[in-house]
Ligand binder design. Structure first.
Ligand code: GLP
Length: 245
């Protein structure tokens, strides 16, 4: 693991945008695995700025997102499809038909999960997978569990995750109870992984990810077995590991 401890959210975002930009410049037809949440928003903004300045070209890029709430359409303003359009896709020259997010409206979970796994395979896998992390160590929507789940699957969201994400909805009752997510196997198959963390509510998860046992109770801990992981975390998120590195 390469671990960068940086000053704050801005510096985390700058470093992350630099790594994603380098990926796209070195391999213009990259398959980017993308993430939602408040953590990557700053990096996406900087990628948009770079595109507007003429420094970045997304015309050959394909993207696959980690996850989507079950039951929300892409037009719902809290769906992850909507988030990606609003924060990145609508502002750069990526071809919309080359951007993929699980279909939250597909009722048949087995069908949607098999479709998404086949899609990732047909793209030749992910070159760079961007990740945020939940306060409980979840990645994508892989919640703490008894086993690591390999492929795309449907999850029941934990109360903790629904509460954490309730800030984006008008009430917790509106937060979906289920989601589709890539599995840890999909994430581990990416050629490179870039995990971002900001804020003191991520400090324990970052500690457990780096130093804890590899345990499905902290899904991100499996990244210790990946050969090319970069973690960029700000001071608050690094609080518990700073002295140990
Ligand atoms: C959600 C997403 C994750 C994300 C996490 C953290 O549950 N499914 O992909 O990493 O929240 O979100 P935030 O970046 O807002 O802290």
């Amino acid at each position: 693991m390469v671990i960068y401890g940086v000053k704050d959210y801005q510096e985390m975002s700058r470093k992350a945008a630099g790594i994603i930009s380098a990926q796209v410049i070195l391999k213009p037809n990259s398959v980017l695995g993308l993430a939602t949440g408040s953590t990557p928003v700053g990096a996406y903004q900087l990628l948009v700025d770079a595109y507007k300045k003429g420094d970045l070209d997304f015309s050959k890029v394909t993207s696959v997102n980690l996850d989507e709430y079950k039951g929300l359409s892409g037009e719902h303003d809290q769906s992850y499809r909507y988030f990606m359009n609003a924060n990145l896709f609508n502002h750069v020259n990526i071809r919309k038909e080359c951007t993929f997010v699980p279909n939250g409206l597909e009722e048949d979970g087995a069908k949607e999960c098999a479709r998404y796994d086949q899609l990732i395979e047909s793209l030749g896998g992910v070159d760079l997978q961007l990740l945020g992390i939940g306060g409980n160590g979840h990645i994508g929507f892989n919640e703490p569990a008894g086993i690591f789940t390999k492929g795309t699957h449907m999850v029941t969201l934990t109360q903790e995750t629904r509460e954490a994400n309730a800030r984006f909805f008008s009430s917790i009752d509106e937060v979906p109870t289920h989601a589709y997510t890539m599995g840890v196997g999909n994430i581990m198959s990416a050629r490179k992984v870039l995990l971002l963390a900001s804020g003191s509510n991520k400090a324990q998860a970052i500690y457990d990810t780096i130093f804890g046992p590899i345990d499905p109770k902290v899904p991100a801990s499996i990244l210790q077995l990946h050969g090319d992981v970069t973690i960029i975390a700000d001071k608050a998120a690094m609080a518990l590991v700073q002295d140990k590195l």
